[in-house]
Design a protein around this ligand. Structure first.
Ligand SMILES: [Zn+2]
Length: 274
């Protein structure tokens, strides 16, 4: 039987499924994918989340709304992220699986709340996706500016880079206890498989400099350009096929002989990205 939460989203026999999922009336999980309205686009522009030169036009962005559990186990129904339309169905599935897995998220508020300030969002331990900004510490567009990167729980999953004088920089600063990756709730290592299986095959925790434990993205830039060149429905089919490549790799006989599940996941994520 498919996971109960995605079925809920399809609104089939709601009460039967609620019982099957062990959810009471107060625990109804919400999730949806909708194109951004003109008003939402204007708000993003007014709040420095999107500039006039953004590499993806607002019409190609979608709002994914979802329920999530916080670190005390309380369910919230106000989660939202903005992503490229081509990847929105997979992002919806990712957050549904995080909820089903009881993986905690502190909050997931729109970047307008933070006026596009990534550091403010990180300090607030906010999970987010689209933000029309350059790479941290660099000039090129971040993959967040294409809506194809997601950051989760920055406090549990810090960014570790170098500042202008070459000193180690941990963002947010309150995250220093999580430089050590001894597994605790809310850490990315617990959910790599969920992101990989849905096409977010690049994890910043595998990088050497900077290390970005909160960050998942799709790749390569050529592949993103291809998704943008295709109409929405064709781009969705193309991305679905990209995501399926990881699952196929994980079942390959040469991969099944890998010494551990972790090494198999890392190898398949690396091989499956285009
Ligand atoms: Zn990021």
């Amino acid at each position: 039987m498919p996971p109960c939460i995605p079925l809920l989203f399809r609104r089939r026999s709601l009460f039967v499924l609620l019982a099957a999922c062990g959810l009471g009336a107060a625990g109804i999980a919400l999730a949806d994918v909708t194109p951004l309205t003109n008003r939402q686009c204007t708000l993003m522009q007014e709040n420095q989340v999107m500039s006039a030169t953004n590499p993806v036009p607002c019409e190609r962005l979608a709002l994914v709304t979802f329920s999530y559990r916080d670190f005390s186990g309380k369910q919230h129904d106000d989660g939202s992220v903005v992503v490229l339309d081509a990847v929105a169905p997979q992002v919806q599935e990712i957050f549904a699986e995080l909820l089903e897995r009881k993986f905690p998220l502190q909050r997931a508020q729109p970047m307008e709340v933070y006026h596009g300030d990534d550091e403010a969002s990180m300090i607030h331990n906010n999970s987010s996706a689209f933000n029309g900004r350059p790479i941290t510490g660099g000039g090129a567009w971040s993959k967040h500016a294409y809506g194809v990167a997601i950051d989760i729980n920055p406090v549990q999953n810090p960014y570790i880079g170098k500042d202008a004088s070459g000193q180690t920089m941990v963002l947010p600063s309150a995250a220093s206890a999580y430089i050590s990756r001894k597994v605790r709730p809310g850490m990315s290592e617990q959910v790599l498989e969920i992101f990989f299986r849905h096409g977010f095959l690049i994890w910043g925790g595998y990088w050497k400099q900077p290390i970005d434990y909160q960050h998942f993205e799709i790749g390569s830039r050529d592949f993103i350009a291809r998704l943008l060149a295709l109409p929405k429905n064709e781009a969705r089919a193309e991305f679905a096929s990209y995501a399926q490549g990881y699952g196929a790799c994980m079942q390959r006989s040469d991969m099944l002989t890998m010494p551990s599940l972790d090494t198999r996941r890392k190898a398949c994520a690396g091989q499956s990205k285009r």
